[in-house]
Design a protein around this ligand. Structure first.
Ligand SMILES: [Zn+2]
Length: 320
């Protein structure tokens, strides 16, 4: 049985589209967008606090961000930025990990929540078929404008995650959510969707005002692209694959404190966000994965199998 069996009811999948002899849309275009499908639809914003641990979020005691609703402890489907954002954009928001529930039943129930988020009716898991990609559904079925502003280069606009977005921008600085808000606009004609991938909470956990020379420097962790090949010579690991000595717990505790500090800093950015959004705006705030600060010898996220790398905060609602 396939993993989606039972999710699509008795509806048959559409027959494959015949191969077109010429492009179906103008270069740079994405085909016709329908009028908004329902009368009172919401703008929908999903804010991903990259790497933000659930317990860091609680320790920061945010008073502004939490105006949206109660903070839930949830679990991400993935431990690294790229696959996690793919899941999020499929509509698979961090899950509640309920026991004694079939996955197919969980997906069905969870997708019904999109009616409230979008101000729509009749949305179910099958509505996302066959693309299984939220921006495609928002743009081509519900008539949304779709935008992404990302902080991490692994989500840059050339990656396959940039699909059916009207605009998709890798921000100049990796840690400046305020700059995203400078460019946020809404239309009275149709609802807007925004994905904000926020980097303040990502290593090195720095406020945008902090000079770079004060950022903590950990050898081997500065940029997965920049240093990934440094250790490889003619297909072999240099020095037999030896890495720098692992940093001490004292340093890791400082880093955890820095992540908490960035959440406290983001309070003022969320104040601005909540002031800027029109009345009919639904907002989800969560993380793409957690972060390890020394537990069982781990630092960071990605190739780590540990509860804390999946545990994330989740909250959502309308601010007014
Ligand atoms: Zn991430």
């Amino acid at each position: 049985m396939g993993i989606f069996d039972g999710l699509f009811g008795k509806k048959k999948m559409a027959a494959p589209t015949p191969v077109a002899r010429r492009p179906l849309m103008a270069p740079g275009g994405m085909g016709k967008r329908p009028d908004p499908l329902y009368d009172e639809m919401n703008n929908y914003i999903i804010v991903i606090l990259d790497s933000c641990r659930y317990d860091s979020f609680l320790a920061a005691e945010p008073k502004v961000i939490t105006k949206l609703g109660p903070v839930e402890r949830r679990w991400s489907y993935a431990s690294w930025t790229a696959p996690s954002h793919y899941n999020l954009l499929m509509g698979l928001l961090p899950h509640t990990s309920p026991p004694h529930v079939y996955a197919s039943d969980y997906y069905k129930e969870d997708f019904i929540r999109f009616n409230e988020r979008f101000g729509a009716k009749d949305i179910e898991f099958a509505s996302f078929v066959p693309h299984l990609f939220m921006p495609t559904y928002l743009r081509k079925t519900l008539g949304y404008f779709t935008h992404a502003k990302v902080s991490l280069p692994v989500l840059n606009p050339k990656t396959p995650i940039n699909r059916d977005f009207d605009t998709f921008k890798l921000m100049e600085k990796h840690n400046d959510m305020n700059a995203m808000l400078d460019e946020m606009t809404f239309s009275s004609e149709r609802p807007s969707f925004y994905l904000f991938n926020v980097g303040e909470t990502h290593y090195p956990y720095a406020r945008p005002t902090e000079p770079k020379n004060l950022w903590p420097r950990l050898s081997g962790v500065h940029g997965v692209f920049k240093h990934l090949d440094d250790h490889v010579t003619e297909g072999k690991l240099k020095d037999g694959g030896k890495t720098e000595p692992f940093f001490d717990q004292e340093k890791l505790d400082i880093l955890r404190g820095r992540q908490i500090d960035t959440i406290q800093y983001l309070e003022e950015v969320f104040t601005r966000l909540y002031d800027m959004v029109p009345k009919n705006t639904y907002i989800t705030v969560t993380s793409d994965h957690g972060e390890l600060f020394g537990e069982e010898g781990y630092f960071g996220h990605g190739p780590i199998q540990h509860d804390k790398v999946y545990e994330v905060p989740f909250l959502e609602g309308k601010i007014r």
